[in-house]
Design a binder for this molecule. Structure first.
Ligand code: PMP
Length: 377
């Protein structure tokens, strides 16, 4: 039985589509072979499934199949991408990146890599001019996310990658929140990270795109699987599920985006019309379809989320949920600690409807008024 709570946190993760589960199931039981065991039929069956998945994913992304390496998720893909840096190199990234970029960047800084963290503008954008100004002769890699999972900002990846190409600098994008939700042009991108569980696929599987001719250094070493880029027996059912999920996105992404933008705008208008003392964070345009981020004055997001019992909501990135402080993404776009601590990130997905928006607006209004009464008393 599904939980009797409405899920509005699709940037954190998404439910596996039943059609994806269906595609995966035979690979747990009948076709359980190790794809590296190609001396026998069981191994070859698994290997064929993996290679078919690689082809499907490459086609979805508009790249070549050998340019796709399977990983345990976007965290690992990001780690591998940054691991190509060596002492004396310069890395440019941004303050709104996921921790799986920023934490490895911190470690690289301790190991003699120069690191520049670009500050975004007030809507979360990194401009080509800002990037150009930060480039140095020793810049080896630039890593800028394709879209932000807290405030929805869609970065001008094409323009940023073009600056890098012109200067012969490698360009990596963490496309975890963008792939399968908005069109993505990787034609000037050298490396890109993906995760299946953000697009109705299984958790614990992802991919790293590495343009032909670019060398990366593995993080997990051992048996030499994935042509040495990521050792370990391949998670065949998850790989099959990842490909199935992206194939479904290819046919459903566009219509869903239109529907989610409408829900997002409905929620935005409903909140602004019914609740005073609110502000919307992030851009109006060039924003992930299902994303809205709102600051509620004189309210703590944690208390508001607790009061919103009919909904699964969050104040920001699940991977930063352990940090009790204000969101660093909201701080980076200029919010005060107080405003950042009073913000909720809404993430609509396939299961959400206009009825959910109406309920959200009325429950939010009631909860915000009550919490403000308590603090004023
Ligand atoms: N990058 C971004 C932008 C993300 O949103 C996430 C997931 N929260 C990750 C990387 C990590 O992905 P995974 O869960 O597959 O390790």
């Amino acid at each position: 039985m599904p939980l009797d709570v409405i899920y509005v946190d699709h940037h954190s993760t998404t439910p596996c589509d039943p059609r994806v589960v269906e595609a995966m199931l035979p690979y747990f039981t009948d076709f359980f072979g190790n794809p590296a065991s190609i001396t026998h039929a069981h191994g070859r069956k698994a290997s064929t499934a993996v290679e078919d998945a690689r082809i499907a994913i490459a086609r979805f992304l508009g790249v070549l199949p050998p340019e796709i390496y399977f990983t345990a998720g976007a965290t690992e893909s990001n780690n591998i991408a940054l691991n190509l840096l060596r002492e004396g190199d310069h890395l440019i990234t941004s303050a709104t990146e996921h921790k799986s970029i920023l934490v490895p960047a911190e470690r690289l800084a301790k190991r003699g890599v120069a690191v520049t963290i670009l500050e975004p503008d007030s809507e979360g954008f990194i401009t080509a001019d800002a990037l150009r100004a930060a480039l140095r002769p020793e810049t080896r890699l630039v890593s800028i996310e394709a879209a932000n999972g807290e405030i929805g900002t869609i970065q001008p990846i094409g323009a940023l990658a073009a600056v890098c190409r012109e200067r012969r600098v490698l360009f990596h994008t963490d496309a975890t929140q963008a792939a399968g939700k908005i069109p993505l042009d990787l034609s000037l991108v050298d490396l890109a990270s993906f995760s299946a569980h953000k697009v109705y696929g299984p958790k614990g599987i992802g991919a790293l795109f590495v343009r032909r001719g670019t060398r990366v250094e593995p993080v997990v070493i051992g048996g030499g699987q994935e042509r040495g880029v990521r050792a370990g027996t391949l998670n065949v059912p998850a790989i099959v599920g990842f490909a199935a999920a992206l194939q479904l996105r290819a046919s459903e992404m566009h219509d869903e985006a239109v529907r989610l933008v409408a829900l997002r705008e409905e929620l935005r208008d409903g909140i602004v019309a019914n609740i005073d003392g609110v502000s919307i964070n992030g851009p109006r345009e060039l924003r992930l379809p299902g994303n809205l981020n709102v600051s509620f004055d004189r309210v703590e997001a944690d208390s508001l989320i607790l009061a919103m019992k009919r909904f699964s909501l969050s104040s920001g990135s699940a991977c930063s949920a352990g940090d009790r402080g204000p969101s660093r993404v909201l701080k980076a776009i200029g919010l005060s600690d107080e405003a950042a601590m009073g913000s909720i990130r809404f993430g609509f997905g396939k299961s959400n409807t206009s009825d959910h928006v109406a309920l959200l607006v009325s429950d939010l209004g009631r909860a915000v008024r009550k919490l403000r009464e308590i603090t004023a008393a």
